[in-house]
Unconditional design. Sequence first.
Length: 175
Amino acid sequence: MRNKAAATFLKSDFTHLLMLDSDHMHPLTIITRLQAVVRKWPDKLVIGGLHYRRGEPYDPLAFIKNEDGQYCTYPEYPRGIIEVDAVGMASTLIAREVFERVPPPWFVWEYPEQVTDFNYPGEDVYFCKKCKDAGIRIWCDTTITSPHLGKRWIDKATLDEYLKQHPELLHGEDS
């Protein structure tokens, strides 16, 4: 559906495509807040909010590559707009230029031959990889967040509660 939305978008005169996932409780101000970022910094072609995985360990869906090229996420990010290597698409504003510079398909699920954990890259990471390969930077506004629907609403408080029960994860013993 994301590919169809992007292809339809390119037939329009609009300047940006907004992705809002239906399994999130988005604040009423989310559109104006994302729009304010691109008005202030038009060079930020991909800007997403900070959302949390709906299953354990409820980690933030903003990723920074480590020295081995693996995508890592952290329990805390600074407040504001940060550069990341990949961001979840739950609430993401994407400039037309991105779809014009990056060839389709833009969103693909990559399944390794054998999935051994829940961290395999989805269509969000695939899209961000293609953007980075095209020289497009990815941004996350950590002040914009929408609880994610799992068995309950998942947000920063869920992550904090989980980390209290699993303190070894804060020290990298289980990562």
